[in-house]
Ligand binder design. Structure first.
Ligand code: IPD
Length: 272
């Protein structure tokens, strides 16, 4: 029901704010890189781990029957059919460098915990540095600090400010650099904010006209995805495919299709 979905959105927000306070207060002391994951550029701090732990505790206290999938802690099973999909710090590199563009992302999804077969139900993206908090509930719209967010009509691609992001391996980055070389001369400009969760919320709020990224993880995208979708943004893949982990292209229609076609021409995905 709408009430249940609103309660899930409220819990997502409370969990995200609690983690946000922890990571912001601890930044000076605990933002050193403690480990790397897929490559030397894929960093983790003690705060990523501590914040995810805190979110898991907040969720377990109220929703012990739900599954959890977190960037740092992996997956924990549940019986309710709902999975909380968490990124304690999306934009960890910004966090480490003190750039105030990182976010706590907390979402709850039904079905599989990854696109395209997930159904995001509620979510929150909270920037602890600015205090900005986007929330969304499926069928209930998106909000920024309580105010409704409705996507603006999209400009043509040539006048679009386009956000994107890069993976962490050298091979993926070489491919992405080739695509950027094709796209950059055809758009107003590009932005790489360093947080896919914020990119999707910025898009919903008109701070970007479009966003694309290849190889996002479910936790980077889940909450921002719902915020964007509820604001009226189209989320697609390439060549008529649905948005997936492989490729997410997001903009108000018809810009989403125009950008997807250009990315396809740029060879953004190797032929299947
Ligand atoms: C990263 C950010 C970045 C995106 C990367 C993600 P992390 O998440 O969202 O913007 O380009 O693909 O991995 O590692 O900072 O949580």
């Amino acid at each position: 029901s709408a009430e249940e979905v609103a309660a899930l959105a409220d819990l997502a927000e409370r969990a995200a704010r609690a983690a946000g306070e922890l990571v912001r207060a601890g930044r000076a002391e605990h933002s050193a890189v403690t480990a790397t994951k897929s490559s030397r550029t894929d960093v983790v701090t003690a705060m990523d781990t501590a914040a995810e732990q805190l979110i898991r505790e907040v969720l377990r206290a109220e929703r012990p029957q739900d599954a959890v999938l977190g960037e740092e802690g992996g997956s924990t099973g549940g019986t309710s059919g709902l999975t909380w999909v968490l990124d304690p710090i999306d934009g960890t590199v910004n966090y480490v460098y003190g750039i105030p563009a990182y976010a706590v992302s907390v979402a709850v999804v039904a079905g599989e915990p990854a696109p395209p077969r997930w159904r995001p139900v509620a979510g929150c993206v909270h920037n602890p540095e600015t205090g900005e908090t986007w929330t969304a509930a499926a069928g209930g719209g998106a909000r920024l600090d309580g105010e409704p967010v409705v996507a603006a009509p999209a400009p043509p691609l040539a006048e679009a400010l386009v956000g994107t992001g890069f993976g962490y391996t050298a091979q993926r980055r070489e491919e992405q650099a080739r695509v950027v070389a094709h796209v950059l001369p055809r758009v107003r400009d590009l932005r790489r904010t360093g947080s896919a969760a914020l990119d999707l919320c910025y898009l919903a709020s008109g701070r970007l006209d479009a966003f694309y990224e290849r190889g996002l993880n479910p936790w980077d995208a889940a909450a921002g995805w719902l915020v964007a979708a509820e604001a009226g943004i189209s989320l697609v893949g390439l060549d008529g495919a649905g948005a997936s982990q492989e490729m997410l292209v997001a903009a108000a229609a018809p810009l989403a299709a125009e950008l997807a076609a250009e990315l396809s021409r740029a060879g953004a995905l190797p032929p299947a």
